[in-house]
Design a protein. Sequence first.
Length: 175
Amino acid sequence: MLEKFVIITGTPGTGKTTVAKLLSKKGWVTFDITSFVKEKSLFLGYDIIRDSLIIDEEQLQKELVKEAEDRKIVILDGHTATLIEDKFVKYCFILKVDLEVLNERLIARNYSELKVSENLQAEIMESCLTEAYDAYDANKIHSIETTNKTPEEVVSIISSILLQRIDQSDPQARQ
Ligand code: DAT
């Protein structure tokens, strides 16, 4: 089965990593795309202005598909996750958060003014959601408003959707 990737995307600061870590504790297999890119040197260069890696997207998909070969479900955390082709994707979750909360989180990260304002703009424009609709079948896409939810509540929404379509009698189903 090709459709094994579950993507958790959203503007930086919306809670992807927090949620992915909790999902991992619950037994789901999760990959942090940024760490994966660094580990495997899957970048073409570095964008100094944006303070971010320029990812070799083609190679990243190849490596992820290879890595996931023997797995049923692999959860990906990263705001560049829509580069995985639709045929490999089971679900795409987009995390959203109130702009004031996001602003505080990004400032707390010591992001430059440019990086804070670009990310706030992306959240206002719902860039991740638009990208997801461009990349994936609409019925794979779930947008989650996280502002008044604990990370555990967000995880419970995601888990309940994931568990709808897996065989729960199979102990390896999350692997
Ligand atoms: P991302 O991986 O999208 O960049 P993160 O998981 O690092 O975001 O979260 C950014 C900060 O927000 C971090 O300090 C944890 C906090 N946070 C994440 N989700 C939250 C939630 N649902 N409620 C309260 N705080 C949350």
